[in-house]
Ligand binder design. Structure first.
Ligand SMILES: Nc1ncnc2c1ncn2[C@@H]1O[C@H](COP(=O)(O)OP(=O)(O)O)[C@@H](O)[C@H]1O
Ligand SMILES: [Mg+2]
Length: 328
């Protein structure tokens, strides 16, 4: 199994890479340019810019990365060389660094240079928003990196295990919602726990009981969301993959406005998406992980409360009794 670093090819990003290569060529031809590459945690920003850096090196373009590369942004460094400057995860930079970064856009982009900033949509911070506005006004392009389409997610999983996926493993991979980090977590956990076995035409999860390990890993990945958001999402996980916000408010004993205010961060992070008055978990594995992390007593209590809440709200009897069932 591949060690840290990527031992499998980049999948499903041909269009994004083409787009970035065009930006790189145009910017390094003379005028300079910038791209803001935003996407949820684990969606593959680093992998994509790594690939772009390799392309740049092949083209003889100098690559600079890391916070120390901030110094490369002054116009005065123009020495006639084409450059790619990659500034990763600016959402996590401190306010002082962000102030410098915001100011660096004041003179426009350095000549013959493409600057790529990568960031997550959360945590939401004023200093980050300020950088994004300043760079946007200066003409930076915005590129949102979306989750992989499901054929690409399967292709990624197959590249890691080196075989076709059997139905159980394929089903598990589909719970990743196209997030490559979750795909990698699922497949490597299955491997590391000795779950994988040869089946006709490929490899499948042939030993049960490994999902708990995956859920544990996923919970660790979610820690950045913070206690309030995670607490509320855990409560929501009792209601299912999609839930009505009013029901969540009742279940959590909070008012609807407060629930929306807290969940705004989960929405921005791409953990849930809004569908009218409902919210939907974007990755089933996240819902399962949060649900699996609720202590037994608490989970029973929440199911019981959900049963009453939903009955009050006029939910079908079968839904109510399913909650009562799990409250035992
Ligand atoms: N398009 C892709 N093809 C193959 N592997 C990918 C792809 N995107 C991400 N990965 C893998 O998924 C994991 C998370 O990707 P990473 O680039 O670190 O995400 P981010 O920087 O957005 O948090 C890494 O293990 C990476 O190798
Ligand atoms: Mg990264």
């Amino acid at each position: 199994m591949p060690a840290p670093g990527r031992a499998w090819p980049l999948v499903g990003r041909a269009a994004e890479l083409d787009d970035l290569e065009v930006q790189l060529t145009e910017a390094t031809d003379g005028p300079g340019g910038a791209v803001l590459l935003e996407g949820e945690a684990g969606v593959g920003r680093t992998s994509l810019v790594d690939e772009l850096e390799s392309c740049a090196r092949l083209l003889g373009i100098r690559v600079r990365s890391g916070r120390t590369a901030l110094g490369e942004l002054g116009r005065s460094v123009d020495d006639g060389h084409a450059r790619l400057v990659v500034l990763e995860d600016v959402h996590a930079w401190d306010d002082g660094e962000l102030a410098v970064l915001a100011e660096a856009s004041a003179d426009g982009f350095p000549a013959r240079t493409l600057v790529v900033l990568t960031l997550r949509p959360v945590p939401h911070r004023a200093a980050v928003t300020h950088v994004v506005s300043r760079w946007t006004r200066a003409g930076a392009r915005y590129l949102e990196l979306r989750p992989l389409p499901s054929p690409s997610a399967v292709e990624l999983a197959e590249a890691i295990v080196g075989a076709s996926l059997g139905p159980a493993l394929r089903g598990a991979v589909s719970t990743a919602g196209g997030n490559p980090r979750f795909v990698v977590d699922i497949v490597t956990t299955a491997h590391d726990t000795g779950t994988l076995g040869a089946v006709e035409g490929g490899v499948d999860a042939v030993v049960p009981g490994w999902r708990g390990e995956v859920e544990q890993t996923v919970r660790e990945r979610l820690a950045y969301l913070g206690r309030d958001v995670l607490g509320l999402l855990s409560t929501a996980s009792v209601l299912g993959v999609s839930f009505v916000v009013v029901d969540l408010a009742a279940l959590a004993d909070q008012n609807v406005e407060d629930v929306w205010r807290t969940l705004r961060h989960a929405l921005a992070a791409g953990v849930v998406q809004a569908r009218g008055d409902r919210l939907v978990f974007r990755h089933d594995v996240v819902r399962a992980a949060l649900y699996g992390g609720i202590p037994d007593d608490e989970r029973r209590r929440l199911h019981e409360r959900a049963a009453w809440t939903l009955r009050e709200a006029g939910a079908p009897r079968a839904v109510v009794s399913a909650h009562l069932e799990r409250a035992r």
